[in-house]
Design a protein around this ligand. Structure first.
Ligand SMILES: Cc1ncc(COP(=O)(O)O)c(C=O)c1O
Length: 415
């Protein structure tokens, strides 16, 4: 069953205006071609809990969760109140550091298996880049072997415009769950390799998600150590989402260093590097880590409050429970309608993709499927997995299951 296209007049108008003011109108991954152009809104106005409203007044159930930070939901009062209290009663931007960094680092030591010392920065890209710099300093080596998306900085961004080759020519990539690929790279570059960095749960760009095969993460760590390289887990998406101790706790493999961001502060900008003191201590002298805004305490306060709520209300357990039932209902629908759609991922983060076919019909199916969803006000990204947040209600999830079924029926009738 087809439904009417949404009214997006304001979004489209605002985007046209934006293009004359901001290069590309809006930044990278938020550009319309990353969704279904003309069907998705371009600008949001507000959000509350698991819902967001665009500037034309359409309200959506939001499963993109700001690309990951929304672990509880938008405008979570307890967190915002803590931040507002900080603004009003204390202040947050000073020439010296406030004390919250110690509390947060202490909390990391309690929760995260690899944590002995920590550093806090503003973004996930800051965190991955700092981890790489620490590893290069610690090992005295240069090369990096990577697996996954690690941000927009020179050494790892996919789009190479404006970056001299020498800044990324020592970085090599292997595929998730491909130990042989990693072995081959280390065979060639191992003696010069400073770090192997990997997203411990597999979420490659626009592709199906993967859990580690038996022995994979253990193998990555073992191989890295064999070549005296630092093993780094990029937990920017998995941290404070898969478990309070990240994927390393969930899968039982402890890296040397790990980086966190996104969910740890429910939307406030913070990134973290944590791990073995021996490596982290390179930040005492050899590695310079400083920025005007790194010690800005609003994000620390938000992170401390977020973590307090996650622990107190057993938020991640609730998300796993909701997501498990949600995913099993989706799987049943995919089997019933047999459109070539596939669900991958785990309860807190899932992705519906379409199996590739030689005629490339999967692309049109994907466009139709996600068009039907957005028209039903279900905000999922065609090229990126979704997330469940704590404030998604059972009603939201049930509505979404119904919308997914209708979208699948639409695809089935058209191909
Ligand atoms: C696994 C992973 N690492 C690093 C980053 C970079 O984080 P940020 O966008 O906060 O710089 C991201 C962002 O999506 C990510 O998913």
């Amino acid at each position: 069953m087809n439904v009417q296209k949404l009214t997006l007049t304001n979004s489209i108008q605002e985007f046209e205006h934006a293009k004359s003011l901001i290069p590309g109108g809006v930044l990278g991954i938020r550009r319309p071609y990353n969704f279904v152009e003309g069907e998705y809104p371009v600008f949001f106005d507000s959000g509350k809990g698991g819902r967001v409203t665009d500037i034309d007044g359409n309200e959506y159930i939001d499963y993109l969760c700001a690309y990951g930070p929304m672990i509880i939901g938008n405008r979570e009062e307890e967190i915002d109140d803590a931040v507002i209290h900080q603004i009003r009663e204390k202040g947050f931007c000073f020439s010296l550091t406030q004390r919250y960094q110690n509390q947060l680092a202490q909390k990391f030591n309690e929760l995260i298996p690899c944590a002995e010392m920590s550093l806090f920065v503003c973004t996930g890209s800051d965190a991955t880049t700092t981890a790489i710099r620490l590893a290069r300093s610690y090992t005295g080596k240069t090369k990096i072997i990577r697996c996954g998306y690690h941000g927009w900085h020179d050494w790892c961004v996919e789009v190479k415009g404006g970056i001299p080759k020498k800044l990324y020519e020592d970085v090599f990539e292997f595929h998730y769950n491909d130990l042989e690929g990693l072995k081959a790279l280390l065979n060639e570059h191992g003696d010069d390799t400073a770090a192997v960095i990997i997203t411990p749960f597999g979420h490659p760009l626009a592709e199906e998600m993967q859990e580690p095969q038996k022995g994979f993460l253990e193998g990555v760590k073992e191989l890295a150590h064999h070549y005296k390289a630092v093993c780094i887990f990029d937990e920017i998406r998995s941290g404070f989402r898969i478990s309070m101790g990240g994927a390393q706790k969930y899968y039982g493999v402890t890296p040397d260093l790990a980086v966190f961001g996104k969910a740890m502060a429910n939307g406030y900008a913070i990134g973290a590097i944590t791990g073995k003191a021996e490596i982290m201590r390179r930040g005492e002298s050899d590695v310079f880590i400083s920025s005007t805004f790194f010690p800005n305490s609003l994000s620390y306060v938000a992170a401390l409050k977020t973590i307090e709520i996650l622990e107190r209300d057993h938020v991640l357990e609730a998300i796993w429970e909701k997501g498990t039932s949600f995913n099993s209902k989706i799987k049943a629908l995919l089997e019933k309608h047999n459109t070539g759609a596939r669900l991958t991922g785990i309860a807190p983060m899932m992705f519906i993709t379409f199996d590739k076919d030689p005629a490339k019909q999967y692309k049109a199916k994907r466009t139709d499927f996600y068009t039907q969803l957005i028209r039903r006000k279900v905000f999922l990204q065609p090229y990126h997995h979704g997330y469940i947040c704590y404030r998604h209600t059972q009603e939201d999830l049930d509505y979404t299951i119904k919308a997914i079924e209708e979208a699948l029926v639409f695809v089935k009738e058209n191909y």
